[in-house]
Every structure is written in structure tokens, then in C-alpha cells.
Design a protein around this ligand. Sequence first.
Ligand code: HEC
Length: 177
Amino acid sequence: MSWADLRKEYALQGLAEADLAADPFAQFQSWLDQAIAAELPEPNAMLLATATPDDAQAILSHKVRPLTEADVAIEAGKRNFARFGCAGCHGTELEGGLANPNAQGGQVPSLLHLSDDYTKDEILAVIRNGRASPLENASGPTPPLYMPAWKSLLSDEDIHQVVEFLWSRQQKAKAGW
Ligand code: HEC
């Protein structure tokens, strides 16, 4: 069956571009109002997605946007992150949190807010050269976990891909909300 066979023209109202509101929120409100007025079960079980003209063109012509070089690097970096065991210390969701007694903060750090404090080059250097955790209490014991140096195991290309993956997952802490 093709997509075209699945298509239905709805009797109540068609979907012509001229009928659509320019503002997607206004459009959503109007469709939601119609669904409620028609007493449909669960009218809030509805999704509205928006697309750029290019996206729409790609969808209509059944062509998926080709992967860019950046997408490929991010995917490879994600695989490297799992394959080289980064997730073992930093978590599969980059959330950190593994206990690291007497390291500053007491935990392996999350990798979700790197872009607030570092450039990509600085992070490349941390991964390449590793880093010992600064101590919480200077006269206390050495924390059991430290950031290993990866330069003898990973090529610069591998590390670059990992950094692209990490950057694709950054959560902006200072975004105001
Ligand atoms: C044995 C546990 C362990 C493994 C495995 C590990 N890390 Fe780390 N990593 C740490 C610890 C501990 C720190 C904190 C070092 C510090 O405080 O300076 C750290 C720090 C970092 C930082 C800097 C975070 C910051 O906020 O300063 C990055 C980036 C990072 N790791 C990425 C990676 C990547 C990528 C891999 C895999 C290639 C990896 N780590 C593997 C333990 C680990």
C-alpha cells in the first residue's frame, strides 16, 4: 500500500493551504477547538508538527534529507562513547553521578553542560590528555576515579567525533528557563 492510498479527504473540512493559520499555535488551537466541539474521544491526543519549506519539499518528494558530515560525526562519536567505555563512568545519558570520594563534588562529572565552561578544543585536550580530579579535601585520599588519557587509544578523528557527539547533547544551563 502506498501513502497515497492511505490518504483520506475528510468530509467536514479539507486541508487547503489557504485555510491554514499563519501561526502554528493559532492553527493548533483551532483544530483542538474543532475536535472538542465534535466531542471526539481524547481530543488532546493530537500532535502538530511544523516543517520548513525545504522539509516539506523533501517529504512530498519522498526524499529524506541526506545525512550531513556533522550528522555522521555525531553518530560515530556516539558509538565511540559507548565502545570506549566512557559511559561506564559518565553514564549512558552523560549524566555522571558515579561516586568519587574526595573528588571535588564527590562524583564523576556530568557531560551535559560542557559548552557553558569550555570550548571544543579544550574538551579535545581533556580527552586526549586525561585529568586527575582536584581534591575536595587537600589532605584526604586520592579519589579512586580519574579521567584517563585517550591519546594512545583513540585517533584525533575518534576524539573529534566524540566531542561532536557531546556537543550535540549539551543542555544550556544559562538559557533563562
Ligand atoms: C574511569 C572513569 C572514566 C572513564 C572511563 C572516562 N572518564 Fe571522563 N572523567 C572522569 C572523571 C573522574 C572526570 C573528572 C576529572 C576532573 O575532575 O578533572 C572526567 C572528566 C571528563 C571530562 C571533563 C568534564 C568537566 O566538566 O570538566 C570530559 C569531557 C570527559 N571526562 C569525557 C570522557 C570521554 C569522552 C570518555 C571516553 C573516551 C571518558 N570521559 C571516559 C572519569 C572517566
